[in-house]
Design a protein around this ligand. Structure first.
Ligand SMILES: O=C(O)C(=O)C[C@]1(C(=O)O)C=C[C@@H](O)C=C1
Length: 173
């Protein structure tokens, strides 16, 4: 039988539930720079529907295993993926316009995906543990605050800050 959701979630403050979610989203978004560099100049498209399917199937399974809602989890992950693509597209445009700013080393996409998989697993848990906060009427305000703190702590530029907001679009509700 699937394990019950983390019982501690109900006793952790709503802000303390959303904060790790925002931080993990930012960590996942940081991988977009590496994916963009891995694909740049190789002809590999930014959009990889087969890989997206894999990611969404895996997180749905992981959510079920811990007794969390797979549909909510998938919905939130679709936004994580969209946000990742926002960053990749912007970087490719920037590098096309200014080749001197393009990366000089090409990361191994398989390695980057291993990191993405690790963050995905942590995100599934953070989504599950934040259920009370995500369904609370004050979720929006706390999410905005969490996002602002993460933007500041991680010194995110406008591109990544905007993408982080995109990533959290369907967290509340
Ligand atoms: O793994 C990739 O190729 C990525 O570009 C990352 C990612 C993701 O966010 O997981 C984003 C876009 C692709 O369509 C597939 C997956």
């Amino acid at each position: 039988a699937p394990a019950a959701p983390d019982a501690r979630a109900v006793s952790v403050s709503p802000y303390a539930q959303l904060r790790p979610l925002a931080d993990l989203s930012a960590r996942r978004l940081a991988t977009a720079d590496l994916v963009a560099a891995a694909k740049y100049g190789t002809g590999s498209p930014i959009d990889d529907p087969a890989r997206e399917r894999q990611v969404l199937d895996a997180v749905a399974r992981q959510a079920e295993q811990i007794g969390a809602d797979p549909e909510t989890t998938v919905r939130i992950f679709r936004d994580q993926i969209e946000a990742n693509k926002v960053v990749q597209r912007a970087l490719h445009r920037r590098w096309d316009a200014d080749p001197a700013s393009a990366p000089t080393e090409r990361p191994d996409l398989a390695k980057v995906r291993e990191e993405i998989n690790r963050v995905n697993g942590e995100l599934v848990h953070a989504i599950a543990a934040s259920e009370p906060a995500r369904t609370a009427p004050y979720c929006r305000g706390l999410l905005t605050a969490s996002t602002a703190v993460v933007v500041h702590e991680r010194r995110l530029d406008a591109l990544h800050a905007g993408a982080l907001v995109r990533a959290s679009r369907s967290v509340c509700g």
